[in-house]
Design a protein around this ligand. Structure first.
Ligand SMILES: NC(=O)c1ccc[n+]([C@@H]2O[C@H](COP(=O)([O-])OP(=O)(O)OC[C@H]3O[C@@H](n4cnc5c(N)ncnc54)[C@H](OP(=O)(O)O)[C@@H]3O)[C@@H](O)[C@H]2O)c1
Length: 370
């Protein structure tokens, strides 16, 4: 057998396995913190044991909780697709990772757990200067934004890009990546309270989609429209975004946020999203001189694509061209507050979850603050 027995964790607070488990589909109460004794772990070929220090909360997990995210295995399941931490053990045949390596991990589920076994190939060594919080905030948002902008839409100097949900995780990543190319103009939709921050972050024209028609606002500034639209909204916004494209422009569809209106599944919103979906035959598309692409990170099964993209992104990070924007960090006990923050559209950047138990002094401080 190529496996090794991983050591039990050191430190009293660390010797339990703490996981956030989706116990069924529905509201906040379906995600429960489970604490179990830690058993010896037998690593199989290609695996490493990771001590997770921080992990990301994504819109996909809000959808997953409502039963709307196909790549997530059925409950009961430990959620969590991205995280960062320290390797505590490696299988005998893993030669390119070692105990003590600080890594980013990107998997389908399971990272909302303090101690977790992952394939070594789904880990990437972090730069020394990167914090665990930044490492956890990077993979999903930046890999998604990078592949859409550079590999699908072929972003070029002087292009104009419409970034919807511009104050969210992917939105901020996309804005920063746009500015790795000269003279790119970014139109970004977000709630007005977030405009100052996203303008500082590189959005050339912030637009309050809640009080204004974003298509009208864009046409006032750029009558011909834009070269690229990234669409995480779906429904009627896909057609509207497509109409905004200049000739030879590209629309990349990558989400259906319009189908999620609150903590519980909203059948009305889902029906509306489905009914208003854009529909176009190949022949009609040909006559538009535009490109439509669909992107879903959860369905990329080729590890090489992910790994080479992460290498590029970490190079950008080292050069100071990108920096993950962290909105807030919540301990596992506070996962409801974390999900609420995103559902209620309060976040600017990434919401993170911390596996370590909340310490008594932090509890007292939060109480005093409240
Ligand atoms: N296909 C893929 O591989 C992939 C990968 C990652 C993300 N995505 C998609 O990208 C989008 C952004 O994901 P994210 O994880 O980075 O989340 P996020 O952007 O942090 O999402 C939250 C923010 O989006 C805005 N928003 C717009 N519609 C919303 C709604 N219905 N409910 C809650 N917030 C809404 C809110 O900001 P305002 O106040 O400014 O409206 C909110 O603060 C999602 O649609 C997600 O499914 C797709």
């Amino acid at each position: 057998m190529s496996g090794v027995e991983a050591p039990a964790a050191a430190g009293a607070a660390e010797d339990k396995v703490r996981s956030l488990v989706l116990t069924g589909y529905g509201g906040y109460d379906k995600v429960k913190l489970q604490v179990k004794p830690q058993n010896k772990v037998q690593l199989k070929s290609g695996e490493v044991l990771l001590r997770v220090k921080a992990c990301g909360l994504n819109f996909a997990e809000l959808m997953g909780r409502q039963g709307l995210y196909d790549p997530l295995p059925a409950p009961p399941v430990t959620m969590g697709m991205e995280g960062a931490g320290v390797i505590e053990a490696v299988a005998d045949d893993v030669k390119d990772r070692k105990v003590g390596d600080r890594v980013i991990a990107l998997v389908r589920s399971g990272l909302w757990q303090n101690l977790v076994v992952v394939p070594a190939v789904r880990t990437t060594v972090m730069p020394d200067e990167m914090s665990f919080e930044e490492g956890a905030a990077l993979p999903i948002s930046y890999v998604t934004a990078y592949l859409m902008l550079f590999e699908m839409a072929n972003l070029k100097p002087g292009n104009s890009v419409l970034v919807h949900m511009a104050a969210g995780g992917v939105g901020i990543a996309a804005t920063q990546l746009c500015h790795t190319v000269p003279d790119v103009i970014v139109f970004g939709t977000a709630s007005s309270s977030k405009h100052e921050t996203i303008a500082r972050g590189g959005v050339t024209h912030p637009i309050d989609y809640r009080t204004r028609d974003y298509a009208d606002e864009i046409r006032k500034i750029s009558p011909k429209g834009v070269d690229i639209v990234l669409d995480p909204l779906g429904g009627a916004d896909t057609q509207k975004s497509f109409n905004l494209l200049k000739p030879l422009g590209s629309l990349i569809v990558f989400g259906a946020a319009n189908g999620v209106t609150g903590q519980k599944r909203n059948l009305m919103a889902l029906a509306k999203l489905w009914y208003n979906q854009m529909s176009l035959t190949a022949l009609k598309l040909m006559q538009t001189n535009k490109t439509i692409g669909g992107f879903h990170l959860g369905y990329i099964t080729d590890d090489d694509i992910i790994n080479r993209t992460l290498v590029e992104l970490l190079e950008f990070y080292k050069q100071g061209k990108i920096k993950p924007c962290i909105d807030s960090c919540y301990h596992f006990e506070e996962v409801t507050d974390a999900m609420k923050r995103m559902h209620e559209r309060q976040n600017i950047g990434k919401v993170l979850l911390l596996p370590s138990p909340k310490r008594e002094e932090e509890r007292q401080w939060s109480k005093a603050k409240a």
